[in-house]
Write a protein that binds this ligand. Sequence first.
Ligand code: GLC
Length: 807
Amino acid sequence: MEYGYFDDRNREYVITNPKTPVKWINYVGTLAFGGLIDHTGGALICAGDPALNRITRYLALLPGSEFKGQTLYLRIREGSRYRVFSPFFVPTLDPYDRYECHVGLGYVRIVSEFYGLRANVTLFVPPGEARLLEDIRITNIAGRPLEVDAVPVVEYTHPDALKQITNADWVPQTMQSKAYPEAGGLLILAQYPFMLRDTRINYLTSNRPVSSFESDRRRFLGDNEYGTWARPLSLQAAELGCYEAQRGDNIAALLHHLGPLAPGETRRLITQLGQAPSVEAARPGIAAYRDEARVDRAFAELAASWERYLSSLQVETPDPAMDRMLNIHNPRQCHTTFQWSRYLSLYQTGYGERGIGFRDSAQDAMGVLAGLPQEAKELLRRLLSVQRAGGSAMHQFNPLTMQASVGDAAERPDLPQYYSDDHLWIVLAVCAYLKETGDLAFLDEPVPYYERGRDGRPLATGSVRHHLEAAVEFTRGDLGAHGLPLLGFADWNDTVNLRAGAESLFTAHLYGRALLELADLLRHLGETVAAGKYLAWYEEMKARVNACAWDGAWYIRYFDADGTPLGSHTDAQGQIYANAQSWAVLSGFATPERARRAMDSLYEWLNTPCGIKLSMPGFNGFDPARGGITTYPPGAKENGGIFLHANPWAIIAEALLGNGDRAYAYYAQINPAARNDQIDTFECEPWVYPQNILGDEHPQFGLARNSWLTGTASWAYQAGTQYILGLQPTYAGLRIDPCLPAAWAGYRARRRFRGATYEIEVANPEHVSRGVARLAVDGRMLQGNVVPAFADRATHHIEVVLGLASG
Ligand code: GLC
């Protein structure tokens, strides 16, 4: 059973059956103002921070049929009664004649037909604005006149989202609404918790006369709330009660009489849900966006901003599903993880302390460098500012307060209170930023470390370069019995939590990769002595890893505090871990024979048709000595599940080893855009990577969850563009080093890089996977495969021929 189709020309996915197995969503706006809209019009909107400034009350845990955050009601007058329904299907669940949810770039458009009315509703946040627009067009297709009313409804939450759930007296005592009537029957309905009345208000308003309104949920639903969202009793009366709530569950419902609509006639209504310091401050913006032409312009600006972002790279390969992901959906998902980290989705619900993840956002930044370099730099600054002076990093932080925490480690005070990998990711992210932009001045910029004095001022500040050096120095000084990095509370795998003294091979590899990056940077800066120092550290760790971590057919993953290896053939569960193999290649620590053997073991033991499992076999029973991994049944999440974030690393490792066929096979098997006909198994949105898919030890093998906010987005994009297609930014220019499936005859790409445009054509006449035999720039042969950074705003033609004759 299919639920919809890809419309590549319009860069949309179109859902045609609203009864998807789970809610499917899209994102609008940015972290500054925006959030998610589900495919039946529910909306979770926040400003700046989902935990402390949430606007709509969207309870993801309710069934799919329930009202969530907002909806639109339409009603048709039938004698003395009204036929009331929602063109979004939820919450009234009326039978529809047509239903389409267009999931676009930064917008959701629902087109539906019920009872002779066509609704066409576009929801989006104009770039840079703190308002969600709902551009509603209602057309009479009944063939007879209809008298139609439109009632948009929003349900507010207290801005402190967790308090809304935990304190059912304080919150309702403080929630208030106030109506501000305006000339011509227009109305602004404002809402705030009492303490924010004079500093920050939410509002709902529109561009048509409001004949009546309601702000109290009880009155709107009626009968002490034995009226329901599916059949609100107040909508059977001619008018709403015009009640300004002094407490309770606040909503905003605005009743508009659209009047009699002749057959074929259309009315347009535009609503705005926004936030501002005061109603007075909001008025000019409100007035501007009541203008239909302004709204049309804003929508065009939104499209233009996505075009600018996506035009940093467009590709044409022999695989349409790969093109669809690399050109549209994967960069959009990268944009989303970049904005919301792991902080706001249907699965990561943004309550309490969660905040922006340090390691997560460092990796997310790497997915948007070409499209959003300035924004990425800003995020890198923020991340660096929660790094400790000793080099390690805080695990996560609240984006409004910049208050940071140690994450889940706080729940286990018996274990180390830091993650051994966090700080190392920032080295990779900053170097990737420098290679993309050439902005080496960033290295000298001072950024404070996290520790503050009693006056709130930073105790220490260092240049960006100093931060990176501190990061590798921390790991170099934090070693266990084998001379490998200590695990801390966890490494990238949050769920293996071993006693203090345990060592992590993942962190060893990440440290190796960070050292290579630093050495490469320093060589580029002409500092060969400093580069040599880091290379010596690198060799030292490489030797240790190879001396103690080779298990015979693969690399082991951890040493427990007592020296017992984990991820060894001697283990009954967790015998082999994917990251221990792929990262041995990414770090360059694996010798060529071991690298090949390790990646073949990964293929043999961990690969499935739905993706690569993180480890196997799964632990079967809770064991506090192993930690979070044992809280899952075998096959779920980190415990033998297909944890997708780790899949691109296997793709990259295979590409680094020159195995283009397997790299591509790994890429294709997890491509969600190729899963559109398997939704009843997969269940999640086919246009984004989910974080996890149940593995083959689980009875529901193939079921995806935790879509959208996953490091898979950034790494799948890097794997596809930099390693399979081989378009790699370097300090000296754009290196072109594809590793293709041998069957491919080539591909084309258009890449913006440091102010110039590169039209790239790769031919593969001999059907090899790898090796540039010939490279010409604007018709002139080039030595090697690094195309210089022209920075001349011009377009350059790059012809690449792959072949065995490569140097
Ligand atoms: C989640 C976390 C990420 C972690 C991964 C593996 O995706 O957000 O930080 O690396 O799980 O445990």
